[in-house]
Structures are given as C-alpha cells and as structure tokens.
Design a protein around this ligand. Sequence first.
Ligand code: NAP
Length: 271
Amino acid sequence: MEEDGGERNERAENLHEIAFCAKIASFDCGILQKLNMNNHDVVVAVTGGNRGIGYEICQQLAQRGAQVVLTARSAKAGEAALDKLGAKSKNVSFHPLDVTSTESIISLRDFIERTFARLDALINNAGILPDDDRSGLKVDLATIRTTLETNSLAPLHLSQVLAPLLKRTRGGRIVNMSSGLGTLSEMGADHAAYRISKAALNAVTGILSAELQADGIAVNSMCPGWVRTDMGGPNAQRSVAQGADTAVWLALDAPQDLTGKFLRDRKVIPW
Ligand code: NAP
C-alpha cells in the first residue's frame, strides 16, 4: 500500500528528529570524554592524605587535574602536606578528618556537599599497623578492636555517609586500601589484628560492591605491595609512587564494570 504525502512528511520529520538527537548525543558524549580525559570535573576524597601512600595518591591525582579533597586527622599535618604539594595544590583542598569520628565524617560530608555538591571517588587509604600487634594466640583483643575501628569500620562508615554524594555522579568509585596480609587464601600467624582488619575490609568491599552495583558505583580493594613509608619501613621493595599507582588508576581510569575485586598492580588477585 502506498503511503500518502502527509505520512511521508511525518516519517521524514521523525527521521530528522532521530538524526538530530543522535548528533546531540554524540556531541554530549565527546564533551564528557574530554572532561574525563582532563579530569577537571572529577572530585576525589582521600583519607590519610598527609603522608605515605595517601600523600602520594593526592599528588598523582592533582597532577592528573582531579579536584582532590586531601584529608588528615591533624590540621597541622594536612596543611603541611598542602604546602609540600606547592604549585600542584591548586586543585587540592584540605579538610580535617579523623576516620574513627562520626562528627568528623559528617563534617567532611557537609564540606564536600557545600563545595562540590557531589563526589566521584572515595579512597579509603588511612590505616594503622599497631606496634603491639602479635600472632593470633598472643594478640590483645583490645588491639584487634582498635585496628578494626580504623581499618575496617571507618571505610564502611565513610562509604555509608558519602554514598548519597557518590550516587549523584556518573560512575562513582570507592577504593579500599587493603593488604596482601588480609588474603584469606594465604593467611599467616603474625600481625593478627592487621590481617583480621584487612580481611574484614575485603568483606566490606564485597558487600558494598553488591549493594551499590545498581547505582553504577564500583567498589574495589587493592594491595599497594610492600611500600617504603613509616608503616612499610625503609627496607620495603616499592616506592610510594608504585604503591599509589593502582589506587589512582581505580579512581580515574579503571573500567566502570570492574567492581567487587581485589587488585594489585592493576590486576585482579585472589581474595
Ligand atoms: P603510613 O605512612 O603509616 O600512613 C598512614 C596514614 O593513615 C597517615 O596519614 C595517618 O595519619 C592515617 N591515619 C591513621 N589513623 C587515622 C585516623 N584515625 N584518621 C585519619 N587518618 C588516620 O602508612 P602507609 O604505608 O602510607 O599506608 C597507607 C595504607 O596502605 C594503609 O591502609 C595501609 O594499611 C596500606 N598498606 C600499606 C603497605 C605498606 O607496605 N606501606 C602495604 C599494604 C597496605 P597520621 O599522620 O595522623 O597518623
């Protein structure tokens, strides 16, 4: 059956409209890709940013042009870190954060809300390795509790409070700084508190990854390797630059569908 002139015109108009929308969509996509390449629109919060791997993560993120929220529990240490960043601190703001304090976490959330109205990535880097950590039969339970508080519960709490801000962006990310010492498949007897806390952190990663998948938020654990910091000591094999690399990659570059994994050197490793 032949279509009449009116139908032909209507179809032509529809096709025109579809082509126009496709053009707009590809233009929009191009802009987004460009912004992502420059990272100027990416807001990343880092815990324990005043020294060690956390400081290096902030430095690498700033170099890549991200808007960095460097946090530290001591205002003096945080401001000293900003000074040390020098010209690179242009895109870096400092906000105090003790990861074990609810008041402090809420204050960080309010700061990010006021300043950026959203968050693209949270890097839970702050961690402790207590001096009195011992083997499983000898460690004090109080030491385990304190370690769990900082290394496992704080990243969960921060994720709970900051999730609404992460949900406002396209493809939010949470990076949990874990450790090979938390690997269940090759557990040892030493450093029981630290090992338990990092294995628990890996569980937090799995849980949050499952819960936030519907919101397009990727959640991963990573091990930086053995790194020369106050925690790792001077004999460690890796530089802070090597230790920070996977965290920065997970925050800015990793595929968005990479979630619920444990990584080292940008590669998935066993739990
Ligand atoms: P680090 O040099 O000892 O630095 C630890 C950072 O965490 C410091 O900024 C410290 O702040 C902060 N922190 C501790 N408790 C905090 C709290 N309650 N609130 C806020 N910040 C707190 O350690 P690192 O070697 O850079 O380690 C960073 C992360 O990598 C940790 O999660 C660690 O477990 C993990 N990791 C390290 C290695 C390694 O070989 N270095 C290996 C595997 C995993 P202050 O300066 O105020 O103490």
